[in-house]
Write a protein that binds this ligand. Structure first.
Ligand SMILES: [Zn+2]
Length: 165
């Protein structure tokens, strides 16, 4: 399992616990090279968690997309990669713990806002403003996926004009 920050393959497990009501094992790992922490899950192969977009079409839950949308909301804010990782974990726990394997994308958007609000007010406002414009986290994530770095900087510059904190 390679470190998402530096790609090193050596790490140690710092915490192991049951998750998803005992259906999975969650491990926090610490990279031996850069000391960043990340999470891995071990679970039975099963039907993947589906996200229902606002038009009702299903999409397989993509942890990376959720992470990237948080990274953009938190760009240049005092929110660490590890904190973002923990928010993603908490959201995943929350949506995958129930009996259903389908979750509306609007629920994920609400959970992101709930999680960001106490962590960083600016990141929260950024996410909320963009998210509410799109009304659909799937759509928001599609946009995020298609943004290149220059676009991201432009979006940030625009947001700084709109929210001069
Ligand atoms: Zn590393």
């Amino acid at each position: 399992m390679r470190c998402p920050e530096c790609d090193a393959s050596e790490n140690r497990v710092v915490d192991t616990r049951a998750s998803r009501g005992g259906k999975a094992v969650r491990r926090r790992r610490e990279c031996a090279v850069c000391q960043s922490r990340f999470t891995t899950y071990e679970h039975l192969e099963e039907r993947p968690l589906q996200v229902l977009k606002s038009d009702g079409s299903p999409e397989i839950f993509d942890r990376g997309k959720l992470q990237r949308s948080l990274q953009i909301a938190c760009a240049k804010r005092p929110v660490s990669a590890s904190q973002i990782d923990e928010i993603v974990d908490a959201i995943y726990e929350s949506i995958s713990g129930g009996a259903g394997l389908e979750v509306p994308s609007s629920r994920i958007g609400e959970l992101v806002m709930e999680a960001l609000e106490p962590v960083d007010r600016v990141a929260y406002v950024r996410f909320a403003s963009v998210y509410r414009n799109f009304q659909d986290i799937g759509e928001f994530q599609d946009v995020v996926d298609h943004l290149n770095v220059r676009d991201v900087r432009q979006v940030q510059a625009k947001q700084q004009e709109e929210f001069p904190f």
